[in-house]
Design a protein around this ligand. Structure first.
Ligand code: NDP
Length: 259
């Protein structure tokens, strides 16, 4: 229960879904947690819920838009003033932009990259100077199995997620001599609002849900808490030599050739 005691962690997109689960798990392990979320009301509600459920939890909600470097810098500054320097950053905020490459609009392309890749870089850039100076830090980027595999019609999301792995590896190597670790987590299907929104956008949402649940060898999809457990591990002092790596959490789906 004390694997992150004394650490300050900032989680982007922490108002709901995987980010909220990570914030909750970090607080349960003793970290002070900053919920940096686009929807300020959601951030507040989740921060209050965590503080109410976990005795002694320290949470701070900061309305943040990861597409705006100044907004992310302001969140990191506010975190430092209120709780201390950021030891752990989870770049979790992300959106689905699924389109056909040739009918996709320029706006779709920009929106996807602004959140899913620029947002990750904006987070890294905001915390790295402090981490490098203190010679300590752990950055965890939430990628996706779309970072290795392609599903037709999901363009350009996987392009951005491939970029997240590249960014993770590049920064992990760049700052390894300063004891800053940069890793990624690649979840497969996880049941969150994002997944429900995708099912609901299909012509037959029930059939889409059923098909998704059949895909992984374990015949279920993941839970946000199952991603959070790995984030705790990577954030903790239990993973001191894991750097520039990516841990896949998909019940074995990407290893499966076919049933
Ligand atoms: P959700 O949509 O449930 O949650 C994402 C959160 O990020 C929302 O609270 C959203 O706020 C916030 N957000 C969106 N844009 C911004 C922004 N510009 N600045 C700050 N916060 C923002 O998604 P998930 O929890 O499912 O996904 C989290 C991450 O995991 C994403 O990076 C996603 O790509 C990745 N992932 C998810 C998988 C899944 O199956 N669910 C599988 C693989 C990867 P708001 O509600 O206001 O938009």
């Amino acid at each position: 229960m004390n694997r992150l005691t004394g650490k300050v962690a900032l989680v982007t997109g922490a108002g709901r879904g995987i980010g909220a689960a990570i914030a909750r798990a970090f607080a349960a392990e003793g970290a002070a947690v900053v919920l940096a979320e686009l929807d300020g009301a959601n951030a507040d509600a989740t921060a209050r819920e965590i503080a109410g459920a976990i005795e002694g939890a320290r949470t701070l909600a900061v309305q943040t838009d990861v597409t705006q470097p100044a907004s992310v810098r302001a969140a990191v500054d506010e975190a430092q003033r209120a709780l201390g320097p950021v030891d752990v950053l989870v770049n979790n905020a992300g959106i689905n932009v699924f389109a056909d490459p040739l009918t996709m609009t320029d706006d779709d392309w920009r929106r996807c990259f602004a959140v899913d890749l620029d947002g990750v870089w904006n987070g890294c850039r905001a915390v790295l100077p402090g981490m490098v100076e203190r010679r300590a830090g752990s950055i965890i980027n939430i990628a996706s199995t779309h970072a290795f595999q392609i599903i037709p019609g999901c363009f350009p999301y996987p392009v951005a997620k491939h970029g997240v792995i590249g960014l993770t590896r590049a920064l992990g190597i760049e700052y390894a001599p300063r004891n800053v670790r940069v890793n990624a987590i690649a979840p497969g299907y996880i049941e969150t609002q994002l997944t429900h929104d995708w099912w609901n956008a299909q012509p037959d949402p029930q059939a889409a849900r059923k098909a998704t649940l059949e895909l992984p060898p374990m015949k279920r999809i993941g839970r946000p808490e199952e991603v959070a457990m790995t984030a705790v591990f990577l954030a903790s002092d239990e993973a001191p030599f894991i750097n520039a790596s990516c841990i896949t959490i998909d019940g074995g789906r990407t290893a499966l050739h076919h049933d």
